[in-house]
Design a protein around this ligand. Structure first.
Ligand code: BGC
Length: 494
């Protein structure tokens, strides 16, 4: 990774590694934002049985409690742009950190179920705010040389959070069989990381770009002196921000009615919809429950999905640049299609057998292998790529609107899956849901072939030029032959 060169000194010393200490604090607090996303998303898998034992609700109650996180996420994502703009990036992060801490600490007191549900909504709200503000803050505050890797770090931290909470919840549930002891400990694990994010947040500097936006140039320079090593870097950054502030500014919601924007919005919306409709959160939330239906329990059932998910997100970050987005989307969708059909067939052979001894070893092995390959397929493709493409396809002036809408779509479909997966299995048979998700994988493949552009190796400006020149969606990622000056948006309102 390129390190900034030391030319001339500004206040404060750089660390021997090349960055000042505050840069590491920025990265760590931002990483905690991603981790908390994962901790809350992954919480249910190995705690559902404990929550049910304490609060005495059935499948539907469990589904609703799980899905409320998504409802909070939709509202948080919707309002996060406003918070970031009016409160500032730092205060929005502190706000999210405070909600994470308060809602998980209150949950640890095992309040009445209605209050527990409000807390889960609040946690979702904080996740929605953090998932918008953290990448924005990093893009504006981290040194340019590490901004790219910071973006992928956020995604990686989500999967690490899912893994970590699955692991701690398994061990807590084993060590403390009484739910009124184990459940508070599970919530306190989240509280610990949330408090780190909240208190760490006070050490963060405000984003220099936001300060400039508010006309506070002196403060912006003071922040840059804390994060950057040389006067040259500071001058360049100030000049870049000033240019950006004179360029096209964030458009309002009206931009969705412009033809060229509507087209890419559709790509982003469908990508995020399919990211959820291939069934990932059924596996993340309910894999231990589903393995249980096939008579499989223990560490293998509890940890397979989160472990494979985390491990394969590491190479994905490299593969996405090497092979491109579309190839990975195809590979992932085909893996998920085959394994969903295999899991469906395995469940059909298991039928309604409830005695583990009656279930064949082959059916169990097929189920386990299907889960591993399915999660591999998702982790190397639709997991990171859906978010990445959504951050690339929108023209600058509509990026905020585009990303807010596509994030809300992601949460909406995540909520739908969480709220219905288990009862769908109960109503239509265990195999049914796997065939349904397989059907969505087929539609997702068709969608990628017809509409998704390959965005590897093209600059965002070139893609914007193509888009506004009326180039078909699928070919948006091809390098334009003409100059890369962006044509007037009005010329593209066809
Ligand atoms: C998805 C989440 C999912 C996670 C699993 C993310 O890309 O948006 O819904 O739980 O991946 O790793």
């Amino acid at each position: 990774m390129a390190q900034p060169v030391m030319v001339g000194a500004t206040s404060g010393a750089a660390t021997p590694g090349g960055y000042k200490k505050i840069v590491y604090v920025i990265c760590a607090v931002a990483a905690l934002g991603g981790l908390l996303f994962g901790l809350d998303q992954g919480f249910i898998a190995n705690s559902l049985a404990t929550i049910e034992a304490h609060y005495h609700f059935g499948v539907e109650g469990g589904e609703h409690y799980s899905a409320i996180l998504a409802t909070g996420g939709i509202v948080g994502a919707l309002l996060s742009g406003l918070f970031a703009r009016f409160l500032g990036r730092k205060k929005s992060l502190l706000f999210a950190g405070f909600i994470f801490t308060a809602a998980s600490a209150i949950s640890a007191t095992l309040p009445p179920f209605a209050t527990l549900s409000v807390c889960r909504f609040a946690l979702g709200f904080a996740v929605g705010v953090a998932s918008f503000v953290v990448p924005l803050y990093l893009a504006e505050t981290a040194p340019a040389a590490i901004r790219g890797s910071m973006g992928t770090l956020f995604q990686l931290m989500i999967t690490i959070g899912i893994f970590l909470i699955a692991l701690t919840n398994v061990f807590i549930a084993r060590e403390f069989v009484n739910p009124s002891t184990s459940l508070p400990l599970m919530f306190l694990t989240i509280t610990l990381f949330a408090a780190l994010m909240f208190f760490g947040g006070f050490m963060l500097p405000e984003s220099p770009r936001w300060l400039m936006l508010k006309g506070r140039k002196e403060k912006a320079v003071a922040v840059l002196q804390r994060t950057m090593n040389t006067q040259q870097e500071i001058d360049n950054e100030i000049e870049e921000i000033e240019q950006a502030l004179h360029g096209p500014q964030g458009a309002g919601i009206g931009i969705v009615f412009r033809g060229y924007f509507f087209k890419v919005l559709l790509v982003g919306v469908l990508l995020q919809m399919f990211q959820q409709l291939v069934g990932i959160n059924m596996m993340i939330y309910y894999s231990p429950t589903i393995f249980g239906y096939a008579g499989m329990t223990g560490l293998l059932a509890a940890m397979t999905v989160p472990t494979v998910n985390m491990l394969f997100t590491f190479p994905a970050i490299h593969w996405v640049e090497k092979w491109g987005r579309k190839k990975l989307l195809y590979v992932g969708a085909v893996c998920m299609l085959i394994t969903m059909i295999a899991a469906g067939v395995a469940f059909q052979t298991i039928g309604s057998a409830t005695n583990p001894a009656m279930i064949s070893g082959v059916a169990k092995a097929v189920l386990l292998a299907s889960a591993v390959i399915y999660i591999f397929g998702f982790a190397v493709s639709w997991g990171p790529v859906a978010w990445l493409v959504c951050s690339e396809i929108f023209p600058l002036e509509g990026r905020e609107v585009g990303m807010t809408i596509t994030t809300m779509v992601n949460w909406t479909f995540a909520g739908l899956v969480m709220a219905n997966a288990l009862s769908f299995m109960k109503a239509h048979g265990n195999a049914s849901i796997f065939y349904l998700f397989a059907g969505f994988c087929v539609l997702a493949i068709g969608f990628v072939a017809l509409f998704v552009p390959e965005t590897k190796g093209i600059t965002l400006e070139e893609m914007e030029f193509n888009l506004k020149s009326g180039v078909p969606l699928r070919k948006l990622g091809q390098r334009p032959v003409r100059s890369t000056t962006v044509p007037e948006a009005s010329a593209a309102h066809k």
